[in-house]
Design a protein around this ligand. Sequence first.
Ligand SMILES: Cc1ncc(COP(=O)(O)O)c(C=O)c1O
Length: 380
Amino acid sequence: MDQDFLSLAMPQVQSLSPYIPGKPIEELQRELGLTKIVKLASNENPLGPSPKSLAAIEGELKHLTLYPDGNGFALKSALAERFSLDIHQITLGNGSNDLLDLVARAFLGQGREAIYSEYAFAVYPISTQAVGATGIAVPAKEYGHDLSAMLAAITPRTSVIFLANPNNPTGTWFDRQALSAFLAAVPDRVIVVLDEAYTEYVGEAAFPNGFEFLNAHRNLIVTRTFSKAYGLAGLRVGYAVSDPAIADTLNRVRQPFNVNSLALIAATAALSDDEYLQRSFQTNREGLALLAEGVRALGLDYIPSVGNFITVHFGRPAQPIYQALLREGVIVRPVANYGLRDALRISVGTLAENQYFLEALTRVLGSVHDGARSPDSTAK
Ligand SMILES: Cc1ncc(COP(=O)(O)O)c(C=O)c1O
């Protein structure tokens, strides 16, 4: 068949490697016919949604013939109230992923550069390349952002810098002082995106709240999501907070109804459920400690994390371990696409899920043939 039309795709799209999501439970069920499957692969909230979100969705179902409020007034008002923001600072997205894409479409393109860290969230290079801009991946420092090196990478072509705090998949973070110094040193003409997708899980006293820097830095965009600690990954809703002029710019490239009505109402309800948020935090704290202790007891090294996941080194190619875990009914996340071939990322589950994973891993490590040592295991 003549496929000449494929060459019509923009060159940057032809060479793009798509995002690799965690394996869906149903897919593994189809493949292996397993009945019990534990998915710790996509940094999802293991508690199920907030009862308040579920109740709100039920009430909204009968209105599904109507378009959603394209301006998301109720959710924006709730966010503004909760975080003492001006409603005009807020842009809503179909997940915070959508907002990263909107930033790229609004501020990047051919001839422009975006800076992000090595091992930073995979969507930054994808969104950058998709619009024909050049991504500059700055080597990481102990798996975290090397903010000085990122500053040094700024050129006259730099339009956007993506920061993830904490970062996925490493779980690393930087403190208030480091962020403050970084923002003070970035030229005003460069947009800084501070991705705080996991901020609600962080308990460290020195961890910064990006919102506090917005007044002093009009080039700053803080993104957050309802997918993680608020437990609504399936509905897709996130938000960006910025100077109203930036929000106005993002709004120009936004789809008119980018956040659906169930997502809007469920997120508004989730925001009012402090008990749920606290339970998400506590469950995660305990689970993270259990997983860290469990893998340490198995003689494994891991990257200390403040997110709802932990990346574990195996000192050898991790793919066979990933496969063996699948056969045990446990889905985790390979991170070879980040250059971490000797590691797997494990999302924090419920207590029972975390224990199930550790038991499965113990069996797997006892049986998986010791493959060749990977370069990652020695390059730490
Ligand atoms: C660092 C980071 N930012 C953003 C996102 C996007 O999440 P969502 O689009 O569900 O808000 C993720 C999801 O895993 C993430 O890890």
